[in-house]
Design a protein around this ligand. Structure first.
Ligand code: HSE
Length: 398
């Protein structure tokens, strides 16, 4: 069976490597070989083992009836969307690793795939090498999913782990992560939580069966976390993790991406460095957690090739996943309830006036006090916080 790869960067070339390295076992499992016929890329790769496969026009692939399977590893929404749409409309199934495309256009592409009796799959778009998509859309379809909580960004988890271990400041650890190639030159998508936001939007769409608009998910990143926050966390026996969370509320879900304080008896506490983990609670299953490499060429390419085998086994037959284009109205985020850790320059008497029941966590620092609130809604917390004033930082308890 012939395959086309669109985009020959880190992931696309990783896909070729997985197909080449494991060709015999893939052939044995599938009953026929998966062979690369085209690679779409504007750059030249004269020394590549697949040098004779390169094309520059996606239409060449779209019109070739021999191609049934297409990999999209270009990244970004456009022109990936135009190319993927054209492939699906030409009767080809597509797998993508591109979370921006899936979060933005997933439901629409799913419908196009259904209308053309082909498949659109995206195992590699969330959690890289962790098979979380198929887990949710196949293995856990007997459950109502009550909660998903994910550390789904390796860059930020690496940075937070290092800040915790070495007491480094955010800017210093970001520079280090950039020099090691973990963080991008423009790190905004990772450090401000946008990447995690798209991933939890995709996972929530899949378990809800309706489309989550990722722009409606309240999202905070890690750029305001400091070494002092970690000192407080340590004194309380907690760690700080960037968590993308989705909780079932009635017929819908309540989502948030933010740094959370987690304690050692919570599984996500133990997820360190570049690793990712997705914790899922089902109404029958209870809690289960999926852990592994969330990024990197080969783990991500492994997920893409797993998708290719799935697509090859289901050629010309649309496999329903149940992700409708209909919008999911998310639950009001200001009604979410948390306990909050607050650092403020306000006087203790004012803290007690505004928040009544509090527990202090004192580091003996000049000019500031740390305290923990009782559980309350976001809207109530924000009112009290504004009335208090002098707030330096706030971190929610998970
Ligand atoms: N920038 C992402 C991360 C890559 O750091 O996890 C995988 O989506």
């Amino acid at each position: 069976m012939k395959v086309a790869i669109m985009g020959y960067g880190t992931i696309g070339s990783g896909v070729a490597k997985v197909l080449d390295t494991n060709k015999d076992i893939i052939k044995e499992r599938l009953g026929e070989a998966l062979e690369i016929k085209y690679i779409l890329d504007l750059r030249e790769f004269p020394d590549d083992p697949h040098a004779n496969c390169f094309v520059k026009d996606y239409k060449e692939i779209a019109k070739d009836k021999e191609i049934k399977l297409v990999v999209e590893t270009m990244g970004g929404v456009e022109p990936a969307f135009t190319f993927v749409k054209a492939m699906l409309e030409a009767g080809k199934s597509v797998t993508t690793s591109n979370k921006a495309l899936v979060a933005d256009k997933g439901a629409e592409l799913m419908k196009i795939a259904k209308d053309n009796d082909v498949n659109f799959v995206f195992e590699a778009a969330v959690g890289g090498g962790i098979p979380i998509i198929r887990t949710l859309t196949a293995c856990l379809t007997g459950d109502v999913i009550e909660e998903i909580a994910a550390i789904c960004n390796g860059t930020t988890n690496y940075m937070l782990t290092n800040m915790e271990q070495f007491g480094s400041e955010y800017a210093q650890i970001l520079a280090e992560a950039q020099s090691l190639g973990y963080a991008e030159k423009d790190p905004t998508a990772d450090v401000e939580g946008h990447d995690s936001c798209r991933k939890i939007a995709i996972l929530t769409s899949l378990v809800a069966g309706k489309n989550v608009d990722y722009t409606e998910i309240p999202t905070e990143g890690i750029s305001k976390i400091s070494s002092t926050d970690f000192k407080y966390a340590k004194s309380m026996g907690y760690s700080i993790k960037l968590i993308a969370k989705s909780t079932k509320v009635g017929d819908t879900y309540s989502c948030r991406v933010a740094p959370f304080l987690v304690k050692p008896d919570q599984m996500l506490y133990h997820v360190s460095g570049v690793m990712n983990a997705v914790s899922v609670r089902g109404n029958m299953l209870g809690e289960s957690m999926y852990y592994g490499a969330g990024a990197g060429a080969l783990p991500t390419a492994s997920a893409v090739v797993g998708d290719l085998v799935f697509l090859a086994r289901n050629v010309d037959k649309h496999v329903r996943i149940g992700w409708a284009n209909e919008k999911l109205e998310l639950s009001n985020p200001s009604e979410q309830k948390y306990k909050y850790f607050v650092r403020t320059s306000a006087l203790q008497s004012n803290i007690e006036n505004e928040f009544e029941e509090v527990k202090y966590t004192d580091l003996d620092l000049d000019d500031e006090t740390g305290f923990i609130t009782a559980e309350m809604t976001e809207s109530e917390f924000n009112e009290r916080k504004t009335a208090l004033g002098g707030v330096i930082s706030v971190i929610r308890f998970y």
